[in-house]
Structures are given as C-alpha cells and as structure tokens.
Design a protein around this ligand. Structure first.
Ligand SMILES: Nc1ncnc2c1ncn2[C@@H]1O[C@H](COP(=O)(O)OP(=O)(O)OP(=O)(O)O)[C@@H](O)[C@H]1O
Length: 445
C-alpha cells in the first residue's frame, strides 16, 4: 500500500517528525522549516495532498503564509498554534480562510494523526473524478458530454469543412458565439480573423458605414477613409450575431454582398472583392420574422444554407455538474482559498433550476457564489438558488440580495468608523471575505 504523505512546515526545534512519527506509521512525513523550502518541495513533488502548518509567529509573517496557502489551496491544510496566537486577528483569518482544522499546543500526536487522516480522506474524495464528469473534448471549446452537445460538435465538424454560410439558432446565452468560434477555428480559415458583430447593438444610422466602411469625404467628419468590418474579416469569418435585428435596408446590402462577394464603401462606387465566410446567429426563430415580413426571405435562405441549433441548457441537464465545475475552476482566482467546491445540495439546486439565461446565467451564478460563499463548500443560497422564489424571479432576487448586502456593508462600516476588521466581526465574516465583498460592490473605506 502506498503511504500517505505529509508536508509539515515547522521550526526545527519542534522536531515535528519525531513528535508525530509514532502515531503516524502509515505516513511519510517530510518536515521543512520555511515557506521557501515548502514551496520547493511542492514544486518538485506533486503527490502531497495534506499539509501541516505549525505556526511560529516569529518565523513568518501572516501575509506571507496567506500568500503561500493561497498558492497551494488545492491541498488540505491543518494548523497547530499556541493559544495566544489565536488572539491575533491575522492568525484567526488564516485559520478561517485556509485551514480545514487546527490544534493548539501542546499537540496530542494521536489526535493530530486522526485530524490529518480525516484531511487526507477529504483530499482524496475531492481528487476522485465525480461520476459522469468526464474531461471535456480537448479540441472543442464547448464543455459537455451529453448527447445534445456531442451532436452539436458533430454538426460543427461537418459545417466547418465547407465554405457555405451557417445560421446558428439558440436561446440567449446558450453558446451561439462559442459555436461560431468553433466553426471558424476548425475551418481552413482558422489563421484568418474572426470578426464578431452584434447587429442589434450598432445604431441603425451607423451600421452601413460600420459594415461596409467609407471613403474620405463620404459624410461630414469623414476626414479619411476607413475599412468596414466585412473588409476587416477578409480571409476569415464574419460572425453576424442577432441577425434578426439588421434593418431592412441593410438586409438588401448584405444579400448583395453574399451573392457577389464584393462590397462598396459608403461614398464610393468601386467594388472591392472580399473573401469572407458568413456565420449568422439569432435567438429568435427567423422563419417567424420572415412570415411577418420583418426579415427578407431571400436573405434567410442565403444565410440558412447550413442551419445549426444550440440546445438550451435545460436540455443538457447531465452536463450541469461538469459545466459548474468548469466555471468554478475557470474563475477560481475570484474565490477564497478555503472554498473547495460545490455541496451536494448546491448540485441538486443546479440540477433543479431551469436556467432561462442558459450558460451565461450559470457563469454569473457560479462567479457570484465564489465571492459570496463563506463556507468550505458552495451552498444553494450562494448561487441565489435557495428555494422556489429564486426560480420564479432570479434577477429580482439577485438585485434584492445585492442591495441588502450593500446596505449591510455600509451600515457596519459606518458603525465601526470605517474600521474593516470591526465591521467584518459585526457581520460575522472574515476580513478577507470582507475585502472581497467591498471590492465586489466597488466600495472603498
Ligand atoms: N458548452 C459551453 N462550454 C463552455 N462555455 C460555454 C459553453 N456554452 C457557452 N459558454 C460560455 O457561456 C457564455 C455565453 O455564451 P455565448 O456568448 O456563446 O452565448 P450566445 O448564445 O452567443 O449569447 P447571446 O445570445 O446573448 O449573444 C460565454 O462566456 C461562453 O464562453
């Protein structure tokens, strides 16, 4: 059986290895006396999952320990302190933020062995891949393994190989732009530019010159000519998001461009040949816009040569835990090092929620939980999914929570004379969490 490994950071005179050896036969203990040595040991040896920090206040400054533990937050850390060290707020912050447990001197080796064994069990549980959480396909930016995503990836593979226009349909936040990027990245234009345009975000008076460019003197203020977005996508892919919002007169121009592959800048009659592949996207069913006369039928058929549908997140429920973990890691810099993952209740709440805002909503909720959570595991409330109300009106609940949080922060800071430590104590959060909350709300003291 492989022995468990413990990295112990303790002053030499404590002789930590001798202290613990009798009670920890099944462990290999490596003791170092400085954070620098510990850092080197962890860099050279990735098999440690548990660390023991025997704090000597004279030895290191809390700020350095904080930075060190932050860098190694994937491990489980246990501490041993003198009781009087814990009178110090900075030391208490270290315990709350980084440690899964602590003892006070004199250390009882048997109890410490038990604590470290428990920490090791936790660490191994976290390392074990969760059922159904296979790694995402490395070639695709789309995380997910459910049937709907596998089908979408297969569609992307097929359409990427040809040059015809693609029309992507999907609800808001479901991953249409990511799908367009994947089509571009897998096409033979991957080395060319990918130019995204949100047709609904450009004012109708500017859209013509933005798309097609203009010549010097074309209008007041045009002191020099400028290439438009279509020209700047030459050799690559033009992604026309929210194509349904394109004004009617621009639809004619776009159709002409798709037919002739040439453009004329505003203020010029000269035709410029442009080699661009068009990928368009819409969150509304364009056929309905065609039926109502808001969208040209001929343009629709030009764009929809290769239709691709991105399924809403509620139809990819099996991927929810994987996606949540993915964003937890992706935005991990924003979290407290103490935060290790999702509680079972949080995963249940994620699976039950309907995700009207799709993947973008999931990202927002996970990021918010990274900042909000004061526990070792994210709870449903941290995600704003605490109960039925959250499902009925997520945005309203979010707003209310933000407002309440802000006013509680303001009130406590005022009451404490802008003293962050005191305000944190009043609110029952650590100072680190307090600073995170202040930064989240853009508040300074
Ligand atoms: N399967 C996925 N794996 C990883 N990230 C994803 C996935 N789907 C979407 N995302 C991420 O979710 C966010 C929203 O995706 P995207 O912008 O592609 O959606 P959209 O459908 O184009 O949204 P909108 O309709 O609002 O323009 C982005 O940050 C994107 O990277």
């Amino acid at each position: 059986m492989t022995r468990k490994r413990l990295l112990c950071i303790a002053p030499d005179e404590l002789n930590a290895t001798a202290l613990l050896a009798d009670a920890m036969h099944d462990w290999e203990i490596r003791s170092v006396s400085s954070l620098a040595d510990a850092g080197r040991e962890l860099r050279d040896n990735h098999r440690y999952v548990v660390g023991l920090l025997m704090h000597d206040r004279e030895l290191q400054r809390p700020g350095e320990i904080d930075a060190f533990l932050r860098r190694h937050s994937q491990m489980q850390w246990v501490g041993a302190f003198r009781s009087r060290d814990l009178d110090n707020a900075a030391c208490r912050d270290l315990v709350v933020e980084h440690l899964c447990d602590y003892h006070t001197f004199p250390v009882d080796p048997v109890r410490m062995a038990h604590t470290l064994g428990h920490a090791h069990g936790w660490a191994m549980l976290r390392r074990r891949p969760q059922a159904g959480l296979a790694a995402p396909d490395g070639a695709s930016p789309l995380v997910g393994n459910c049937d709907a995503i596998v089908r979408l990836r297969a569609q992307i593979d097929r359409v990427a190989k040809v040059a015809a226009p693609v029309l992507i349909w999907g609800e808001s936040g479901s991953g249409k732009e990511l799908t367009a990027q994947a089509v571009h990245a897998q096409s033979d234009r991957a080395d060319g530019p990918f130019v995204p345009i949100n047709c609904g975000a450009i004012s109708p008076s500017l859209i013509h010159s933005e798309l097609f460019g203009y010549e010097r003197g074309a209008f007041t203020g045009a002191t020099k000519g400028k290439a438009g977005l279509i020209e700047s996508a030459n050799g690559g892919t033009l992604f026309l998001d929210e194509i349904g919002d394109l004004p009617k007169d621009m639809q004619v121009n776009l159709l002409r461009f798709l037919q002739e592959q040439t453009i004329s800048r505003v203020g010029s009659t000269r035709s410029i040949r442009v080699d661009v592949r068009v990928v368009a996207a819409s969150h509304v069913q364009l056929q309905k816009a065609v039926a109502s006369g808001a969208f040209r039928e001929d343009l629709y058929y030009r764009l929809a040569v290769l239709p691709v549908t991105v399924p809403p997140l509620r139809e990819r429920r099996d991927d929810l835990p994987l996606l949540a973990e993915h964003f937890f890691k992706l935005y991990g810099d924003e979290k407290s090092p103490r935060l290790k993952g999702f509680s079972n209740r949080a995963i249940e709440a994620i699976l039950e929620h309907d995700w009207p805002g799709n993947v973008r909503e999931l990202i927002n909720r996970v990021r918010r939980a990274l900042v909000m959570s004061d526990n070792r595991l994210i709870m449903p409330e941290d995600l704003g999914l605490g109960g039925g109300h959250a499902q009925a009106a997520p945005a309203a609940l979010d707003d209310a929570r933000m407002r309440t949080e802000r006013s509680a922060l303001r009130e406590c800071l005022d009451r404490s004379g802008q003293n962050v430590s005191r305000a944190a104590r009043d609110l029952g959060v650590s100072r680190t969490t307090m600073y995170r909350l202040l930064s989240k709300h853009g508040m300074r003291t």
